[in-house]
Structure formats: C-alpha cells, structure tokens
Design a protein around this ligand. Structure first.
Ligand SMILES: *[C@@H]1O[C@H](CO)[C@@H](O)[C@H](O)[C@H]1NC(C)=O
Ligand SMILES: *[C@@H]1O[C@H](CO)[C@@H](O)[C@H](O)[C@H]1NC(C)=O
Ligand SMILES: *[C@@H]1O[C@H](CO)[C@@H](O)[C@H](O)[C@H]1NC(C)=O
Ligand SMILES: *[C@@H]1O[C@H](CO)[C@@H](O)[C@H](O)[C@H]1NC(C)=O
Length: 807
C-alpha cells in the first residue's frame, strides 16, 4: 500500500516537475507538411519505392539513390533542387522471385533492395542488392550508369557483403577502392561478419575470425574512415555478454580495423589482426543508459584542430519501456575512443564464458596497426584481447540532447559559421514520425531551432545525408527523396524574431532590414545563438511592420464590429517558446469578459466597454514583442453587407484551425469563432504564420495561468495534477475506511468494505457529492441499478451507500 502511495505521489511529482522544465527540447517553430514558410523538394518516381541507400558524389552535384529494383542518379542544384539524371533498373527475374516465394518469403520482400552503393574510383561504383534473398553485387559504370563485370570477369559474390533479408541492417564503405562491409552473411541472418573485399594488389581479403564473443547478434549501424588513423570504425549494437547479470542487455559499440591490415602469416591468416571493440556509453549520471544505437555521424574536426577532435554524434534509444519513446544524442571524440582502445582489455574465460578485466601482462597493444609480421605469440594475444576494458564516455559525461517524446532515427551534423566567425554545431535529426529537427548544440544544452514535417507517414527505413555546398539536407524514405534547404532566414520578419530563432545560419542585416543568411550580410549582423537575447539595436528603428509601434500609440488593424457580436482576435505567433498574452491600455482583461483560447486568440463580446485597442504580446527569453495590435471600433453603418466586411475590414489569417481537441473543458463557453471576423496582420506582407499543428496547449495554458490571472485560461495540466491528488486523497480515505472496517468487522472483504458506515463526516461528504453527480447523470437513484451499486451491495444493506441528499 505504501508503495502504491509512493507511486501515486511520484506520478504527481512527475506531472508537476514536467510542467516546470522541458521547454528546452521543444522545437521553437513547427512547420507542418506543405508550410509555405519552409518549402522543400520532394522527388518521386511512380515505379520507384523503398529508398534504401543514399550516396552523395564527391562534388555533391549528384545524389545516387539505391532503391527497390533501381539505382538512380539525381542532379542536386544549389538550394537543393533535385532532377532525375539517370536510372538503372535492376530487378530479379520472375524465376528468381518465384524461387524466393517458394521458400516462404513475401513477394515484395523478394525484390532487389539495393543495400550497398559506394564509389570505387572516378569512373566506377560498386553496388549490392538483396536480390530475392540471394544477394548479388556488381561493378557499375558511373557515367553510362550500367552494371559491368569487374576485373575478375566473373559475377560478383553478394554473400558477406549484403544481407539476404531486406529488413536486416548493414553498413559498407570504400577506402582506396577496397570495400569494407559489416553484414549478416547467411539466409537466416545468424552469421554476422565484418570483412574487407576487393582488396587491392596482392593484399588478401580479410574477415573476422570465428572466435567466440567477437560479435554477439549485432545490429550494424554505420561505418566511417578516419584518414589520420588509417582505420575504419564500425558502429553497432549487440548483446553485452560482459553484463551477464542483466538478461539480454544491449550495448552499443565502436569497433575498429586498420586499413593496412593484411592478416597474420600463420595465426590469423586471412583474418583481421587489428579488430578491437569497445562500449559506447550514452548515459546521464544515475539514469538508465540509452543503450541502443540508432545512427552515428562523423563530424570532422574544425579547420586547424587536431584530428583527435573528430566527433562521432550518435542517436541512442533505450531498451527499457520507461523511456522507450525518447532518445538521446551523445557525442564521442576520436581522442576518447583512441584512449579506450589503447588501454586494457577484458579476457573471456573459455570454460565459463564469463568476461573479466584482464590482469595479464600486455604482450602487445591490441588494435595497433602493422602487426602483419608480428610473432604468433603476439597474434594469439591479439586474438583473445579484443574487448576494451573501459567504455567510451560521451563528451561532457552526459547526452548532448535528450528528447523525451521523439524517437530519432537518423542524424547528420555540420559546423556552421555564425556572426563574427563563431562556429556552431548544427544537428539534423530525423524523427520516426517523419519530422526533421534542426538543433544547435550549445554549452547550455541543445536548442531545437525548428522542426519540419517531411513525410506524411512515419517511415520505417530512412536515410539522411547533408550537402554542405548545396545547403540542403537530403532525406530518403519509402515515399521518395526529400531535399530541405538548411535554413529559411526570411521566415523571420523582425530583428527580434531573427535573434530569438537562434539559428546559426541567420542574422539580422541592419542595412537591408531583413533576416538573412549570415554569409550574405556585409557587416554588423545581429545574432545571439548562445543566449538568444534580443539586443537594443533590434528596437531602434521601427523595423517590424507587423509589430506596429507600441500599445500607447496604436496603428494596428482596424476592426469594425457591431455590438453584441462575438469578436475573436488572433495572435499570429509561431514560436512555441513564447508566452502570449493580451493587453489593453489601462484596462484589465477580466476573465468574466475575455477568454484567451488555447490557440491564444482572444474572444469576447463586443460591448461599448470592450471597444478599443488590444495588443497581443509575446514574451520569449526575456524580451517582449508586440505581435499584433487591433483597434476594435463600432461599425457606423448598420447595414451588414458581406462585401463591405471583406473589403473594409480584414484580411483573413490563413491559419489552420487548431484541432478541436484543444478545446478542453474550461473553454466550453467559448464563442464560435466567426470566420469572416478573423483578422490578422500576418498576410499583410504576404507572409504566413503557421499555427502550430498542435499549438502546445500545455505551454500556453501554463503561461496563461502565470501571466494572465485576469484572463480565463484552461487549467489542463493543473486539472490533471489536482485529479491525481484527489484520487490520492480518496484512496487514502478508502484505506482508512478499510482499516477501520477491518478493525470492527473482521471477515469482511476489502471489496465490500466501502460503506460510509464508519466514515468520518468528511468522507460522507465526499461520498455524498459523488452521489449527487451520479443522480445528475442517471436521474435519482431510487434503488435502480447504478454504476456504483457494486459498492453498495454491502451485506448489511447499510444505509444505502448512496445517501440521497434530498432526504
Ligand atoms: C521562406 O519564408 C518566406 C516567408 O515565410 C516564404 O515566403 C518563402 O517561400 C520561404 N522560402 C522557402 C524556401 O521555404
Ligand atoms: C518498402 O516500402 C513499403 C512501403 O512503401 C513498406 O511497407 C515495406 O516494408 C518496405 N520494405 C522494406 C524492405 O523496407
Ligand atoms: C576504376 O575501377 C574499375 C574496376 O576496378 C577499373 O576497371 C577502372 O579502370 C578504374 N578506373 C580508374 C580511373 O582507375
Ligand atoms: C615486418 O615486415 C617488414 C616488411 O614487410 C619489414 O621491413 C620489417 O622489418 C618487419 N618487422 C619485423 C618486426 O619483423
């Protein structure tokens, strides 16, 4: 019982705490699909589905797309336009498919899903596909866009390079014309292997030994080549057998091999001599780790910095249901990875299959390149010491970003020069629900500048690549390929908005009075990515045509109304971090007269008292801006001609109507918004504000409560908290009753004991109130079957658990 109470209490606390923080991971602006403020290119072909691999050419002018039964070359223009260049059809024959179907596979899964697409040299590429559960690979002439036979003159083996099953993950990378792959190498997807193919000159192809414990049911995620180390790093998750006290605990790993590896002479012949692996630990102190890797991207060091400052940004989710809906971004430095690999290694006890920290004398450094002519003794040591003892910890010992409500699937990162040459790291994160988040990583935590919906449906397989030179993020999925420009600075109409956005790409140009790309601003760009504090320069000239001066000197939109008409004033805010409220000069907005709707619009009845000036103010990050000013006047002309309304009054805001679900209890008395009366200034400049797809109700309401005691907010969050508290009190009462009854009449079962017989006056009060409610719903309960009759079936027929208040 005590534990139940504790649970309830913690639930209440969680509600309250969640209400207190959590603003940080909310994207500041949301662009639902087809928002004019953030348009993008969608490339589709009717017969091409399941984009499985994306590869950007070295000059970033061509995007190669591996899909189902096809390889495409798309031209990428500046800003991210996509045009079909070439298309190669690569399907299994009907016979191949029939054979696959005979083995019990689904016909669509028996198509050819292209899973390896890599450039070998300036003229050739290498590609592999699942080919109806019988993987095949081929050289490809990039110019003619045709499959060709390689130097061997024979068809290329797909096994060990490409999975059989299109739902199995794999990774591949070419370095110097050689192909490094990590995949499962059999029909049943039980034999994972990391290997090198197409080895140049007289070098032999290498693969992983069959040694126990090298790979434990891995899911391969990605791979990268680090030239300074001459190493290929593989990222994957697998079962962490070293944690044998937790059942099937997943761990994330980084593994490495040297590109100079040629295997051993006797020991480890045709096997890696340089394979080692280590755990990547993404955890905030004391919390459950985010242990399941989803994607990793490599961010090269800043110009002039040490290669050890190469960063790996990883997305992690959790294997536990408590935080299954959330994900974390952790960043690991190459320096830290190297330090872990040059430390001690764990050893596996062959008989007990248990890992322990090695205490043996180091014969050689596992993972060191150039062991090809090392002694058998050294190679035997290497063969057994491949799991680093220490884990790689994230920079700052904590995740760079934790998103409690979004599961991220893909990530790319970019260094961006902001105003004054300051450098920022921008992350593009794809959510499983089809949104692209753009976040800037700051010392104070991550700030999500915007989220853009790029797909209608959640997508199972997604790919993400970035073209820095074209300024576009390229996303592949079953629906097609989407190219999103990295920023749209002109969306921010004022200096304050431009600064508050904290977008490293954007700054306010004090000369042209526009928010523009930093690179296009000649001097004195106004920007504050780190803190988003709106500086004084922003207010000096009346630059914002929409925030017409101040409330004392209103020159806002004039809105003629007839008396007793319901007026609904819209507040065109786009920031989910802003707190919106309404003001009148001198007049307090009494909640009995004014209703601030969940979408922050202001509703009231036109009376002589309510005519006048209204301003909607947004407070964000310590600065307040006027978003809209209305002058509500009495219409002189009594005749209501619709044409007059549309010409003299107002411009309709093309907002999407907020979903009906946001109209919760408190706003049942809400007047019907009268569409022709909806006025706004957002269309004046031809620019649109998108109302949030789901304008964060809780945020607005909480603010309304704090900021606007004089308006009438809806206390949804509070309502939840209070209901939980009420439930808690009620259960305490029940418990007490129960306890009393136990004392007085043993033998009663708990389920029967809810009679107010032994109840205190307060309890009776509570119960009485309950019954009043019931009566309202069901009519007077003169012994009729009512939902609460169950509790009333007390054997002693005790005075009707449903005391009729009227008696
Ligand atoms: C950028 O935003 C402006 C203003 O909302 C809009 O007119 C323009 O179409 C947008 N551009 C893109 C590429 O989304
Ligand atoms: C291919 O895309 C379809 C949806 O268009 C999806 O149902 C299917 O699972 C995808 N197949 C693979 C192997 O990703
Ligand atoms: C690229 O590789 C292919 C296949 O190995 C080879 O035939 C071709 O000559 C190479 N081209 C160049 C320019 O090295
Ligand atoms: C290893 O082989 C290289 C030539 O491949 C040779 O130059 C070097 O001396 C050898 N090192 C040892 C320790 O035998």
């Amino acid at each position: 019982m005590a534990s139940t109470l504790a649970l309830l209490l913690s639930a209440v606390l969680a509600v309250l705490i969640d209400g207190g923080v959590g603003g940080h991971v909310v994207p500041r602006v949301t662009f639902p699909l087809d928002s004019p403020g953030r348009s993008f290119t969608l490339f589709t072909l009717p017969d091409v589905e399941n984009t499985t691999t994306l590869l950007l050419s070295r000059d970033e002018g061509t995007l190669f797309v591996g899909a189902r039964d096809a390889v495409l070359a798309l031209g990428v223009s500046a800003g991210g336009g996509l045009q079909l260049g070439k298309k190669l059809d690569w399907s299994p024959t009907e016979g191949d498919i029939d054979g696959c179907v005979m083995k019990g596979k689904d016909r669509t899964d028996c198509q050819n899903y292209v899973r390896v697409l890599q450039a070998l040299n300036s003229t050739h590429m290498f590609t592999c596909g699942t080919f109806g559960f019988s993987p095949k690979c081929s050289y490809m002439n990039s110019e003619e866009f045709s499959l060709v036979t390689g130097p061997g003159g024979k068809p290329e083996e797909g096994r060990g390079r490409c999975p059989y099953d299109p739902f199995q993950k794999n990774t591949a990378i070419t370095v110097g014309g050689e192909l490094y792959t990590a995949t499962v190498a059999d029909y049943r997807s039980t034999r994972p292997v990391i290997s090198r193919h197409l080895s140049e000159g007289n070098r032999v192809d290498l693969k992983l030994d069959d040694n126990v414990g090298l790979l434990e049911e891995p899911t391969f995620i990605s791979s990268t080549f680090i030239p300074s180390e001459e190493k290929v790093y593989f990222f994957f998750s697998e079962f962490g057998r070293e944690y044998d006290f937790i059942d099937r605990f997943t761990v994330s790993r980084v593994a490495q091999v040297c590109t100079s590896d040629v295997g051993g002479e006797r020991t480890l012949q045709k096997r890696w001599t340089t394979f080692t692996k280590a755990q990547l630990l993404c955890q905030a102190g004391g919390e459950l780790p985010y242990n399941v890797l989803q994607d990793v991207t490599t961010l090269p060091p800043a110009a002039g910095a040490s290669p050890d400052e190469t960063l790996f940004y990883g997305i992690f989710s959790s294997q536990w249901s408590v935080n299954s809906g959330s994900s974390a971004v952790c960043v690991f430095s190459l320096g830290d990875v190297k330090a872990v690999f040059s430390g001690n290694y764990k050893v596996l006890n062959k008989s007990t299959l248990k890992w322990s920290s090695s205490v043996r004398e180091k014969i050689t450094n596992p993972g060191e390149c150039g062991l090809h002519n090392a002694s058998d003794n050294a190679l035997r040591f290497v063969k057994e010491n491949f799991l680093a003892d220490k884990s790689v910890l994230p920079a700052g010992q904590a995740p760079a970003l934790v998103s409690p409500n979004e599961r991220y699937s893909n990530i790319v990162a970019q260094r961006v020069q902001g105003a004054g040459g300051r450098e920022y790291t921008v992350l593009y994160l794809l959510t499983e629900s089809g949104f692209l988040h753009k976040a800037v990583v700051l010392r104070s935590g991550a700030h999500i500048v915007e989220e853009i919906q790029v797909f209608k449906q959640p997508q199972l397989v997604q790919n993400l690549v970035l073209s820095v030179s074209k300024g576009a993020v390229l996303v592949g999925s079953s629906e097609g390929v989407v190219s999103v420009p990295v920023a749209n600075c002109s969306y921010y109409w004022s200096c304050a908005e431009c600064v508050l956005a904290r977008d490293p790409f954007c700054g306010w140009d004090p000369t042209r009075l526009v928010c523009a790309q930093i690179s296009s601003i000649e001097r004195n760009a106004v920007q504050d990515v780190a803190e988003g504090k709106v500086p004084k320069e922003c207010n000096s000239p009346p630059v914002n045509p929409r925030a017409r001066s101040s409330i004392k000197n209103p020159t806002g939109i004039v809105l003629p109304v007839t008396l007793n008409e319901v007026v609904n004033l819209r507040c065109p805010s786009s920031s989910r971090l802003a707190r919106l409220h309404w003001e009148r000069p001198g007049g307090r907005l009494s909640p009995s007269v004014y209703i601030q709707q969940p979408d922050s619009s202001l509703g009231f009845l036109a009376t002589p008292d309510t005519l006048g000036t209204y301003a909607c103010l947004a407070e964000e990050n310590g600065s307040t801006q006027t978003l809209a000013v209305y002058e509500v006047t009495r219409k002189v002309d009594v005749v209501q001609e619709p044409s007059t309304i549309s010409t003299t009054t107002t411009i309709r805001i093309p907002h999407t109507t907020p979903p009906a679900t946001t109209q919760t209890g408190a706003s049942t008395a809400t007047p019907e918004p009268r569409e022709p009366r909806l006025v706004g200034i957002s269309t004046v400049e031809g620019t649109t504000y998108e109302m949030m797809k789901d304008l964060s109700l809780s945020l607005v309401d909480r603010e309304a409560e704090k900021q606007l005691p004089e308006t009438r907010p809806s206390y949804l969050r509070e309502l939840v908290a209070v209901s939980v508290l009420l439930a808690l009190c009620f259960s305490v009462l029940l418990l007490m009753t129960l306890y009393n009854l136990r004392k007085s009449c043993r033998g009663w079962t708990a389920s029967r004991s809810v009679t107010p017989g032994g109840a205190t006056p307060q309890e009776r009060q509570v119960l009485r109130q309950d019954s009043v409610k019931l009566e309202k719903e069901n009519g007077p309960s003169n012994g009729a079957e009512s939902p609460s009759a169950a509790s009333g079936g007390a054997p002693n027929g005790s005075n009707g658990h449903l005391p009729n208040i009227s008696t």
